[in-house]
Design a binder for this molecule. Structure first.
Ligand SMILES: Nc1ncnc2c1ncn2[C@@H]1O[C@H](COP(=O)(O)OP(=O)(O)OP(=O)(O)O)[C@@H](O)[C@H]1O
Ligand SMILES: [Mg+2]
Length: 341
């Protein structure tokens, strides 16, 4: 979605407003000006992790690799080379920068164009150092250009999920067997991750709740990034918040994890495409995932946030003028009523 800063910094709120997606700008942000931003440290006293990931470090890295080239020229040549393309969602295309390990370029298709990149300053975003890496941005230009923290791993659904879901929602076509199989394999793989991977994610969400006002975008399962090598489960893409979309607390919790991992919008369609044997495998893996989530959530005090999830799905239906997401979510909750009632 239209991502939000995890910071006390300020970027022009008007540029994050779309017709359907309201935005949240904390009071403290409303009072400051992007022009006046500096590299002043965030005002928490016991700064802990992710401390080094910021725009200065990014520029330093860039300079080591690309010596005398300007950042804007690097950006333009990066996004013009297909090899650097990583993925897209409903709003944005994302690219890696050759030689840069920890940051990505994110381009919001609707707001970006090369001319505005050249004409507008790139503004560093002050970081809340206590917030874990949720792929938040470290700089942007208020015209659809962002540098974000990279999260290592693979997206948790079909590469073109946002395209597929549009077709499924409008009954243009059915899910293909190959697509169902891919989603099944990802769910099975995730179900085999150790409890610790789930615990670490729950702890990160606990910190997100404690140190920020951000809400996880549970709609697109590709906002879950799964790192098979390090066995970590991560979330990217934090979006509109609380009062403006009518969200109700708790905003991030058990159901944020369940919904990103099992995608209620495709779950039933995947199930119906599979053989009986694979249907059993899907059910068994999904139950394993839910059990691990419930254990992790208990450890880190995360609550059920099903009511908030319902509001988000209702919002999708309203914005697209269809009835797809809400019934799909109701069916999903029924399927797992013994665990998620
Ligand atoms: N910080 C990141 N680390 C790793 N991969 C990322 C990161 N940001 C984006 N990606 C990849 O790029 C894709 C699109 O990015 P993003 O989620 O920002 O787009 P979007 O249009 O806002 O998505 P949505 O459909 O959820 O609104 C992601 O699904 C993911 O595969
Ligand atoms: Mg996304």
């Amino acid at each position: 979605m239209l991502i939000q800063p995890i910071s006390i910094g300020y970027t022009n709120p008007n540029n994050y407003k779309t017709k359907n997606i309201p935005t949240f700008i904390p009071e403290v942000q409303k009072q400051s000006s992007s022009i006046n931003q500096s590299y002043a440290p965030f005002l928490y006293s016991n700064i802990s992790f992710e401390q080094k990931l910021n725009y200065c470090d990014f520029l330093h890295e860039l300079h080591k690799i690309h010596k005398n080239k300007s950042i804007k020229n690097i950006v333009l040549s990066t996004i013009n080379n297909k090899e650097n393309y990583i993925g897209s969602g409903f709003n944005a295309d994302v690219y890696s920068i050759p030689g840069i390990e920890n940051y990505l370029i994110r381009i919001e298709r609707k707001n970006f164009n090369p001319k505005s990149l050249l004409e507008n300053p790139i503004i560093p975003e002050l970081q809340n150092e206590l917030a874990p890496n949720f792929g938040q941005y470290i700089a942007c230009n208020d015209h659809g250009f962002f540098i974000t923290k990279k999260v290592h791993g693979k997206s948790h659904s079909l590469p073109n999920w946002s395209e597929v879901i549009k077709d499924l929602e409008t009954n243009k076509r059915e899910l293909k067997y190959k697509e169902a199989e891919l989603i099944l394999n990802k769910i099975v793989n995730l179900s085999e991750f150790p409890q610790k991977s789930y615990d670490d994610l729950a702890q990160n969400i606990q910190k997100l709740n404690k140190y920020t006002k951000c809400e996880i975008d549970i709609m697109n399962p590709n906002n879950l990034i799964v790192d098979d090598e390090n066995k970590t489960i991560n979330i990217i893409d934090l979006w509109y918040k609380h009062s403006e979309n009518g969200s109700v607390a708790p905003f991030n919790g058990v159901d944020s994890m369940v919904n990103l991992m099992l995608d209620p919008l495709t779950y039933d369609k995947v199930f119906n495409k599979l053989s009986f044997k694979l249907q059993d495998k899907l059910t068994e893996s999904a139950q394993k995932i839910i059990d691990k989530i419930l254990i992790a959530s208990e450890k880190y005090g995360l609550e059920r946030n099903r009511e908030n999830a319902k509001i988000i799905y209702k919002d999708i239906d309203k914005n697209l003028d269809i009835e797809f997401a809400t019934p799909a979510y109701e069916k999903f909750l029924e399927t797992f009523a013994d665990k998620l009632a």
